[in-house]
Design a protein around this ligand. Structure first.
Ligand code: CAA
Length: 268
């Protein structure tokens, strides 16, 4: 998600700093970005000449001090409360006065803000995968988010050619409140042998006109990411419909994490 968000802002003419947790992950971020740009060129939405222009405005590093002076900082680490808090605190330290956003899929903005020094300039900006292609951004305000921060989040989203939509600070917001039970249900149907994985996906694609079937989509998002999100919503709501299916837990335990590692419900 981090490289996708960076690519989208670069495509819209922004200067971007991409901070990885290590030199190795920062380098991986650059490789992913190049692959994303190649994909956009292949699709005709970018030209080869755009690549150099975009990369000339990108700095890739593992040092937080590079974000100092940024107008907007977007955190996009794993959907784990402690990880997010620790990264957001670093962001606040180096980007004083900036708008700081979290790309959380499900965690309460007010809860995250409680650990920050300046909750007025903190907001949720939830992007969708693949970010360069998908239009919506869920904009989620916490109890202390200022009007100025909200207006800036809308403005930056629009400048990045996205459609910002205001959403209440509710576990899973809108998208994942709807998506996670659907993915869980598809996994349950597979566990119960109601149809093959290909059959389940084909019915949803052809019958419900979704661009991807749910099992293909879960692989695309990452099964570990799906598990973290649904666990986070389940923890907050105690609603059984968010309790992860056994097969999802098992697959993550077996490190079958989806497309990014070459195996999930499908092999890639
Ligand atoms: N820039 C970067 N990457 C791009 C791209 C672009 N302009 N266009 C496509 N891609 C990437 C995709 O990530 C994917 O990656 P791989 O190269 O590793 O395969 C690949 O291109 C797929 O492209 P295809 O050519 O195979 O397919 P497509 O272009 O016809 O459609 C799609 C791709 C837009 C992903 C379409 O299948 C789709 O809309 N799928 C549903 C996506 C969806 O539901 N996203 C939301 C997920 S939920 C979420 O993100 C929120 C959350 O919190 C979990």
């Amino acid at each position: 998600m981090g490289t996708g968000i960076a690519q989208a802002f670069l495509q819209s003419g922004f200067d971007v700093v991409l901070v990885g947790r290590s030199e190795e992950s920062a380098k991986k971020g650059l490789d992913l970005m190049n692959a994303g740009i190649s994909k956009a060129i292949a699709k005709g939405s970018l030209k080869e000449s755009d690549r150099n222009n975009m990369l000339s405005r990108l700095k890739v590093t593992n040092k937080y001090d590079a974000i100092s002076g940024s107008a907007l900082v977007i955190e996009a680490v794993s959907e784990i409360l402690e990880s997010k808090i620790s990264v957001l605190r670093e962001c606040e330290k180096y980007a004083k006065g900036s708008l700081i956003a979290t790309n959380t899929s499900s965690i309460s903005i007010t809860l995250l803000a409680n650990s920050l020094a300046n909750p007025e300039m903190f907001i949720g900006m939830h992007f969708f995968n693949p970010v360069p292609v998908m239009k919506p951004v869920e904009i989620i305000t916490g109890e202390k988010t200022s009007q100025k921060a909200t207006e800036l989040a809308f403005k930056f989203s629009e400048m990045c050619d996205k459609t910002p939509i205001k959403v209440k600070d509710y576990p899973g917001f809108v998208a994942n409140s709807i998506l996670m039970p659907m993915l869980n249900e598809a996994i349950l149907l597979l566990e119960k042998n109601v149809a093959t994985k290909e059959g389940i996906d084909a019915i949803v694609k052809l019958g419900l006109r979704h661009p991807m079937g749910p099992l293909e989509l879960a692989d695309f998002i990452g099964l570990d990411v799906c598990l973290d999100i649904t666990n986070s919503i389940y923890k907050a709501t105690k609603d059984e419909k968010y309790k992860p299916e056994r097969l999802l837990v098992e697959m993550v335990e077996q490190k079958k994490l989806g497309k990014k590692i070459g195996e999930g419900f499908y092999k890639y």
